[in-house]
Write a new protein. Structure first.
Length: 153
């Protein structure tokens, strides 16, 4: 019978692709856009469920991945459009992706329109930025623990 022989040759030449396990140190390049989109979606859902949503906004924030290459910027929150953008070419690894989403989600919760630009000091000392970096440090690990089993299915 010809079919089983051809099938065996096919299996040898094209072994099954094993799903690669994803870790916090898995690079953005390894993930690709589709992998980042999948993890970002889970992280956004986690933020919505665990950090809440800004009650002063009429709608949930919109979010997306952009192929635009911004210098030294991984994420951005637009308080006018209530939109989170992740510049996926600038994401180093899964940890940075999740941390950036948490950082930008924190801005979504803050009164950015009324207080962010009134700060006259440096970016690093802006109280809203300090709070967003603290949220990254506090919530990146719990978010990853909550989503990693789904990520690695």
């Amino acid at each position: 019978m010809v079919f089983p022989t051809i099938f065996r040759i096919f299996k040898v030449l094209n072994p099954p692709i094993m799903a690669k396990r994803i870790y916090l140190k898995t690079t953005g390049e390894e993930l690709g856009r589709a992998g980042m989109l999948r993890i970002a979606s889970m992280a956004i859902t986690w933020c919505k469920n665990h950090l809440g949503v800004n009650g002063r906004k009429a709608l949930y924030p919109v979010w997306g991945l952009s192929a635009e290459r911004m210098e030294n910027i991984v994420g951005d929150y637009d308080d006018v459009e209530n939109q989170i953008t992740i510049y996926y070419h600038n994401v180093d690894d899964v940890r940075e992706l999740i941390a950036t989403i948490i950082h930008e989600w924190t801005h979504q919760l803050q009164p950015c329109r009324t207080k962010y630009n009134k700060w006259k000091g440096s970016y690093q000392k802006n109280p809203l930025e300090v709070e967003a970096y603290e949220a990254e440090a506090l919530y990146t690990s719990p978010c990853w623990k909550a989503i990693k089993s789904k990520v690695n299915r």
